[in-house]
Design a protein around this ligand. Structure first.
Ligand code: F6P
Length: 198
């Protein structure tokens, strides 16, 4: 891959409610963001789009591939969002109320904290690495590849290319109106954040 694009899905019902996990759909704004992402790529063919198995990721990707008959879409389980275990489907405020220990422990070591019956950034790494390897293998020497991921997933993918301290990775900003463009050739490594919508 020469050009790797990394986008997050558009805003979802759960995002609005500050609820985590689940499999909710895009909101009206989310659809607008996805549409703007699609428009950004008009005229520059993407060869492969990798999504997670989640609705929000696939719905977002659909806007990109709609006008690209030669683009292959591949959903990968490895790119599903972090599994918050017992906290899945809760609001952050509810976690604080119902599981104060979880909220506290996680805030003290967000990277190393593993949700009961779920995952943590520390355990996510192996899965995301596997997904990235799979995606790079499947797309071979394609010119342009897009991954439509999730907040925690994109942070892990980004940590591959940006040399961040581990403890900073769970705080990397992953906006829903911008994409990361990573150019990687023998001669140059380039990294840019492109805003495709206000
Ligand atoms: O809030 C959206 C979301 O993708 C959740 O599904 C996920 O648990 C969370 O972000 C991960 O971000 P953080 O590690 O900051 O809680």
């Amino acid at each position: 891959v020469r050009n790797l694009y990394l986008a997050r899905h558009g805003q979802t019902e759960y995002n609005v409610m500050d609820r985590i996990g689940g499999d909710s759909s895009l909101t009206e704004l989310g659809h607008k963001q996805a549409k703007a992402l699609g428009e950004y790529f008009k005229g520059q063919e993407i060869n492969y789009v990798f999504t997670s198995m989640k609705r929000r990721s696939r719905q977002t990707a659909q806007y990109v591939v709609d006008n690209m008959p030669n683009c292959t879409v591949i959903p990968l389980l490895e790119f599903d969002e972090i599994d918050a275990g017992v906290c899945e489907n809760l609001r952050y405020a509810e976690i604080k109320e119902q599981y104060p220990d979880i909220a506290l422990e996680r805030s003290e070591d967000k990277y190393g904290y593993v949700y009961p019956k779920g995952e943590g950034y520390i355990t996510l790494k192996e899965r995301v690495d596997r997904g990235l390897k799979k995606a790079l293998f499947l797309s071979g020497n394609a010119e342009r590849v897009l991954i439509v991921g999730h907040q925690a997933i994109n942070r892990m993918i980004l940590s591959h290319f940006l040399f961040r301290r581990q403890e900073d990775v769970p705080y990397i900003l992953v906006p829903q109106n911008s994409l990361f463009h990573i150019i990687s050739t023998q001669q140059k490594k380039l990294f840019e954040l492109v805003k495709f919508m206000d």
